[in-house]
Design a protein around this ligand. Structure first.
Ligand SMILES: Cc1ncc(COP(=O)(O)O)c(C=O)c1O
Length: 388
């Protein structure tokens, strides 16, 4: 039995998406060509643009296709800043590296960055944000939902604070994890730019999109031809984009019911863990959280060891920490919500998807307590805490 609970990393392709992509595989023309073959590709592209923009609540001419969520973030942030002289930018301490590392790069290249603290659940306080706004603030980027702990940010309140202060500050949100799992509507949320990615919603890898509100001026980050309004030059990945369109269509249909089902399974997993394993901590917001995400710290064990042992039992999960060049580095998200290094390193993210079922959750609950107990028996950390 294989149980896949790493859907925040990526998701399996939906059957309908596979079919859409297979059906469009024979359409090979360059979408910029004037002839019939080109027109067939252009039609697929525009049909997908219609579907993705309708999922975001924007008009199709406010949406460009990109190569992934990371690319969308870079085009939004760097592209906007290329067109303004203002040098102050704001983000949170728990953004995905696709945003955080762009801010670090900008900081090293003449920008002044405010990194907002988050509370113990990982939420940004809109008042804290309001207090950080300045006359020379060019852009704010706050994610819609966090990829490690699932906390959903008060995006609408944040945008209201920004608007109260100034009409000129641009607000970008990375909605790569929020799209398909929370209510998304760029107009209601009041955002100027939004990044999304196909492979998080049962679409193909290597396809993303960026909403840019009419009137927001972006300069190209990649230099080339006129594709995607000159902002993402290069011949479009028509087949992947067609798959993205289909993925959005099926993600939006019955989203509420699907989220309720995922949420039920996630809660069953959470309650089972709480019942059967002592010395744990649930990370993330108790209510304002993605329905599919559960992040747990297991005291006195390494998250990496849990992952390996679960993998041997056929269960795929992730840590809340990243492993860089052989040295274990604790997750910046977990440290920002106040966990110490040991707890951050003993954390595991279970991220469910639309294809998980009760039986799979039961199987995880059957295997996990024994694994934690065996690891604690071997752990020098556990021995130390027994001595206390
Ligand atoms: C919040 C967030 N932003 C951006 C990304 C990057 O998306 P992509 O893999 O499409 O570049 C991810 C992927 O994990 C993510 O979770």
């Amino acid at each position: 039995m294989r149980v896949y609970l790493d859907n925040n990393a990526t998701t399996p392709l939906a059957e309908e998406v596979k079919k859409e992509m297979a059906d469009s595989a024979g359409i090979f023309g360059n979408a910029s060509s004037m002839h019939k073959d080109g027109m067939l590709s252009r039609n697929l592209l525009e049909k997908a643009r219609q579907k993705v923009s309708s999922g975001l609540g924007c008009s199709p001419d406010e949406l460009i296709f990109t190569g992934c969520g990371t690319e969308s973030d870079n085009i939004a942030i760097q592209g906007f800043l290329r067109g303004t002289d203002k040098k102050h930018i704001i983000t949170s301490k728990i953004e995905h590296p696709a945003v955080l590392n762009v801010f670090k790069y900008l900081h090293n290249n003449g920008y002044e960055v405010t990194y907002l603290d988050v509370d113990e659940y990982g939420a940004v306080d809109p008042e804290l944000l309001a207090g950080a706004l300045r006359k020379d603030t060019a852009l704010v980027s706050i994610m819609t939902a966090n990829n490690e702990i699932g906390t959903i940010q008060p995006v609408k309140e944040i945008s209201e604070r920004i608007r109260e202060y100034s009409k000129d500050i641009v607000f970008h949100t990375d909605a790569v994890q929020g799209f398909g799992k929370t209510d998304i509507d760029v107009k209601k949320m009041g955002v100027d730019m939004m990044s999304v990615s196909a492979h998080k919603i049962n679409g193909p890898k290597g396809v993303g999109a960026l909403f840019i509100r009419k009137g927001v001026k972006i300069k190209p980050v990649f230099i080339g031809g006129h594709h995607e309004r000159g902002l993402r030059p290069g011949t479009e990945n028509v087949q992947g984009i067609a798959g993205f369109g289909k993925a959005v269509e099926i993600a939006m249909a019955g989203m509420k019911e699907k989220n309720e089902k995922t949420g039920r399974l996630r809660d069953k997993l959470k309650e089972g863990i709480i019942r059967s394993i002592p010395n744990i901590k649930i990370n993330g917001h108790p209510e304002t959280v993605l329905p599919n995400t559960l992040n747990v710290s297991f005291r006195d064990v390494e998250g990496e060891s849990i992952i390996m042992m679960l993998d041997m039992e056929g269960i795929s999960v992730s840590t809340g920490s990243a492993c860089t060049s052989g040295t274990l580095e604790a997750s910046h998200v977990l440290l920002s919500i106040g966990l110490d290094h040991a707890s951050a390193q003993g954390s595991v993210r279970f991220s469910l998807g639309v294809y998980n079922n009760e039986q799979e959750i039961g199987y995880v609950l059957e295997k996990l307590p024994g694994i934690i107990s065996r690891l604690r028996d071997m752990s020098p950390l556990a021995k130390k805490s027994e001595c206390k």
